[in-house]
Design a protein around this ligand. Structure first.
Ligand code: ZN
Length: 181
């Protein structure tokens, strides 16, 4: 179509310009305002932002994507999160009275022993690799999907091997590799 106005720009072109500006602004903020060391997300925050949807958003089922994100951000239905934000909830793992932390679930919990190889071996299973690199996140997602770790449990969960009323008990110091620092 011919336009007399030589300044004519299609909506599509203007939209792409806006998207590029947003992407650049986001990257600028991400570079200059790093997450705090106290944040549970800090160790995962290593991949520059993008306005394009990630491959995992497109390929993972919704539940696995959600739990992968929960694991990476620390905002999850696990004891360590409850300890900080919902202290009325049970904070111990279903395997024992150990405080249920991300480190415990990924590296220590006997419930997930047979799925742990999915996380990789040696350095490839380091926490910063699993949470902050594309390949690591892929392995993490596979582990979470297969093991069903990070699923929200209810009081009648068959995974809860404890049959008594000690819902609030826990042992501090065990499995708290990340601590609260
Ligand atoms: Zn456990």
């Amino acid at each position: 179509m011919y336009h007399k106005n030589t300044d004519y720009k299609s909506l599509l072109y203007i939209g792409s310009l806006h998207k590029r500006e947003i992407g650049e602004e986001w990257t600028h903020r991400w570079t200059n305002q790093p997450s705090t060391l106290r944040s549970k997300f800090h160790v995962a925050n290593r991949i520059p932002p993008s306005t394009k949807p990630t491959k995992r958003l497109i390929t993972l089922d919704r539940c696995t994507f959600s739990r992968t994100l929960q694991c990476r951000t620390g905002h999850a239905h696990i004891g360590d999160y409850y300890r900080r934000f919902v202290p009325s909830e049970n904070q111990s793992c279903h395997c024992s009275d150990t405080l249920q932390t991300r480190t415990h679930i990924l590296y220590e919990c006997k419930t997930h022993f047979r799925h742990r190889h999915l996380l990789g071996i040696g350095r490839t299973r380091n926490i910063e690799v699993l949470l902050g690199s594309e390949k690591g996140i892929s392995r993490l997602a596979r582990f979470l999907k297969t093991s069903r770790a990070y699923e929200k449990r209810d009081s009648e969960s068959p995974n809860d091997v404890r049959h008594n009323g000690r819902r609030r008990g826990r042992t501090r110091g065990a499995g708290t590799g990340e601590g609260s620092s």
